[in-house]
Design a protein around this ligand. Structure first.
Ligand SMILES: CCCCCCCC/C=C\CCCCCCCC(=O)SCCNC(=O)CCNC(=O)[C@H](O)C(C)(C)COP(=O)(O)OP(=O)(O)OC[C@H]1O[C@@H](n2cnc3c(N)ncnc32)[C@H](O)[C@@H]1OP(=O)(O)O
Length: 206
């Protein structure tokens, strides 16, 4: 099959939204001096998080690991509950795994940030029981904007790319969650001394 579109023209490289291209004044990301050491698991940012929470029975239970620089890796096993088409992972679920892995990068910067934009390329179908090897890194920072990319490979950490993503995370204050979250969950989170201390540590010790 030739690499041409319906008009016969070469479609060129895959498109990426211009919002995901760092501006000219963007700088290289700086790993926080107290970031977890390479090889260390980052731990869940919230027990009930669908992506990483240990107390979330429906969740993906992703455990991201710090690498050198501002980079993390994680493995995600596709379960029967994650199907879209028969025997294949749902694309939105794979996007969630990418989002969570990309989000965990902010622990290495010691910045609280939320996803502003997430672009996903689905390159190969991912069958149930496959281990998706995720690898994400921050590529640039511009003010509150954090630019990052990720890949998910199958068949091993050096296997073929099945999914890839580019993202823009936006730095926020902890107030973002306090002002926008549901009071019951906020109160429960605040009552957990570990979680509240951890969240506050980001603000007083940036
Ligand atoms: C004690 C209590 C315990 C709390 C514990 C907390 C600790 C938790 C730790 C860590 C949690 C991390 C959780 C990760 C979970 C996985 C990741 C997710 O799924 S996150 C959920 C999905 N995302 C959202 O819900 C965002 C919803 N959107 C918003 O809230 C706003 O739109 C927000 C904050 C993203 C931006 O709003 P603005 O008013 O603050 O800022 P503006 O001025 O609009 O944007 C700033 C810059 O960013 C650009 N920007 C913003 N959104 C953009 C977009 N979608 N595309 C392109 N550019 C965008 C703008 O153009 C602007 O750029 P220019 O400075 O002018 O150059």
């Amino acid at each position: 099959m030739s690499n041409t579109n319906s008009r016969g023209a070469d479609p060129g490289p895959p498109a990426r939204s211009t919002a995901l291209t760092p501006p000219a004044d963007a700088t290289a990301p700086v790993r926080h001096p107290e970031a977890p050491a390479p090889g260390e698991l980052l731990g869940a940012h919230y027990g009930h998080c669908f992506g990483c929470g240990g107390e979330q029975p429906h969740g993906l239970h992703l455990a991201a690991r710090a690498e050198e620089g501002v980079r993390v890796t994680a493995e995600f096993t596709v379960r029967p509950a994650h199907q879209g088409a028969p025997g294949l992972a749902h694309g939105g679920l794979l996007a969630t795994a990418l989002d969570e892995t990309l989000g965990s990068l902010n622990w290495l910067l010691r910045v609280i940030a939320v996803t502003g934009k997430l672009e996903t390329d689905f390159v190969r179908p991912v069958p149930v029981d496959t281990v998706l090897h995720l690898d994400a890194e921050v590529t640039a920072v511009a003010g509150r904007k954090i630019y990052s990319t990720a890949t998910g490979r199958i068949g091993g950490p050096d296997g073929p790319v099945a999914v890839r993503a580019a993202a823009l995370f936006i730095e926020v204050k902890v107030d973002h969650f306090i002002e926008n979250g549901r009071p019951a969950e906020i109160r429960a989170a605040m009552a957990d001394p570990d979680r509240a201390r951890r969240a506050r540590a980001f603000e007083v010790n940036p």
